[in-house]
Design a protein around this ligand. Structure first.
Ligand code: ADP
Length: 437
């Protein structure tokens, strides 16, 4: 830079100095200086013209001194710019190829859920025309309440739904808000997975169904043999054991069928008014009839609210919790069944002072056939499916199952129902609808 400045100073200073020298020879220094200054000015002007011309031309600004330096920097900048542009173009091409190759549907939405952009897979699944549908709210196209709720609240998470344009395609839609204004929606085809899941479910349901009748016959005959006075005494013990096992198998088949039914139920449970006090009373009577030894079942009704749901499912869930509490509590134990308001909703609590559950087992209790102590569960006629049923019923009613336990001290199972599934006494009866869940 200094070289350019030095050359520029020389270029400005030299002509006037030379003019002055020549002027002094001819005894007219003033004229000489003026002529020299004029020449310097003309030279500068010429340089500026060169600069101006060069900016528009391919070769860039030309000239001497500072003009030459400007030209050099201009050309350097242009070189960097074109390198950067080429890199951006390459990235853009790569992005477009990637977008086309992507097997998932991708949609970009603004803060109000309006469509900004969609790749071709998403266009196909959501039946979109781009650019025609740009700016259209996705809620107008997708009617799924769970997705609409997430979109409105801009809540990240996953929702399963049928493709609006190709109903036979089942999608797992993932929402990811990625700045204060935009949301990325990624949809994946899970039709195959769902089909396999359905096949597994149907298989289990069919096998259970087929086993039900023979097992009922076997256990019926075994019961007759147990009670028949003519059964040889040597046979009594094995027959009684066979009968116990047959009864257990009947119970497993019954629970498997109930689980299969709960799983295959696509629609939300009805919103029938369920009198919780009466439900608890029925459960208590059933469990007591099955034998509770010296155990006490205390019922505390702290809320007068009713539940809105499927009565048989809720009764089955409560029945499983209470009979578990009886099974896993010592003979002089106390079981407490509480119904109370909680937050906007209400909760059903089944607590016992029984054997408790090790902390590491708690997260796995609702898995099918998961038992802390297999032998004890089998002895007490357990199927290992009770809590899986409870979890399914809870999920279907939008409730949360909370399990708290201390080994040796007891357990607490809490079913927390949301406000929309709870009806307060003063509230008028709501019209039954299944649209909310
Ligand atoms: P099961 O038919 O074996 O009782 P469940 O699914 O109902 O099957 O329960 C799973 C396991 O959870 C049980 O085997 C038992 O180990 C444990 N469990 C359930 N309820 C209780 C309870 N109230 N106290 C202690 N353990 C429990």
């Amino acid at each position: 830079m200094w070289t350019a400045l030095r050359a520029e100073i020389l270029r400005i200073a030299l002509p006037p100095l030379a003019g002055l020298g020549v002027g002094m020879i001819f005894a007219a220094p003033g004229w000489g200086l003026a002529a020299g200054a004029l020449a310097a000015l003309a030279w500068s002007f010429w340089n500026l013209v060169g600069l101006l011309r060069g900016v528009g031309a391919e070769r860039g600004p030309q000239g001497t001194g500072v003009a030459a330096e400007i030209g050099r920097r201009w050309r350097e900048r242009r070189r960097l710019d074109s390198q950067r542009r080429a890199e951006l173009l390459r990235l853009r091409r790569e992005f477009i190829t990637l977008r086309r190759a992507m097997p998932d549907g991708a949609l970009m939405l603004d803060a109000d859920g309006a469509i900004l952009w969609a790749n071709s897979v998403a266009r196909r699944w959501f039946g979109l025309e781009i650019p025609g549908d740009v700016g259209r709210p996705l809620m107008q196209i997708v009617r799924d309440p769970a997705l609409i709720e997430r979109l409105e609240q801009r809540r990240p998470g996953e929702v399963e739904l049928a493709s609006p344009a190709q109903p036979q395609t089942e999608l797992l839609v993932r929402l990811a808000p990625y700045d204060s204004k935009r949301t990325l929606l990624i949809a994946r085809d899970i039709s195959r997975l769902k089909r396999l899941e359905r096949m597994r479910r149907d298989f289990v349901a069919n096998v259970s169904h087929e086993l039900r009748s023979p097992l009922t016959v076997i256990s019926g005959y075994l019961e007759l043999m147990t009670e028949d006075a003519e059964t040889p005494s040597a046979w009594r013990a094995p027959v009684a054991e066979m009968r116990r096992q047959a009864v257990r198998m009947v119970a497993i088949v019954r629970d498997l069928l109930e689980l299969a039914r709960l799983e295959s139920e696509a629609s939300a449970p009805p919103r029938t008014r369920v009198d919780v006090a009466a439900l608890i009373e029925r459960v208590r009577a059933q469990v007591t009839a099955g034998g509770v030894g010296g155990r006490h079942i205390d019922v505390r009704l702290r809320s007068r609210a009713a539940l809105l749901g499927a009565e048989t499912e809720l009764e089955s869930a409560a029945g499983n919790l209470v009979s578990n509490a009886v099974k896993y509590t010592a003979d002089d134990g106390v079981i407490e069944v509480v119904w109370q308001d909680a937050g906007g909703g209400a909760e059903l609590i089944v607590a016992d002072n029984g054997i408790g559950i090790p902390e590491r087992d708690i997260p796995r209790l609702t898995e099918r056939f998961y038992r802390v102590d297999k032998a004890r569960s089998a002895r007490s006629g357990g199927t290992g499916l009770g809590l899986a049923i409870v979890k399914h019923v809870a999920e279907r009613h939008g409730a949360r199952l909370r399990i708290e336990s201390k080994l040796g001290e007891g357990s607490r199972f809490v079913l927390g129902f949301p406000a929309r599934r709870v009806q307060r006494v003063a509230e008028p009866a709501r019209t039954p609808t299944t649209a909310e869940d």
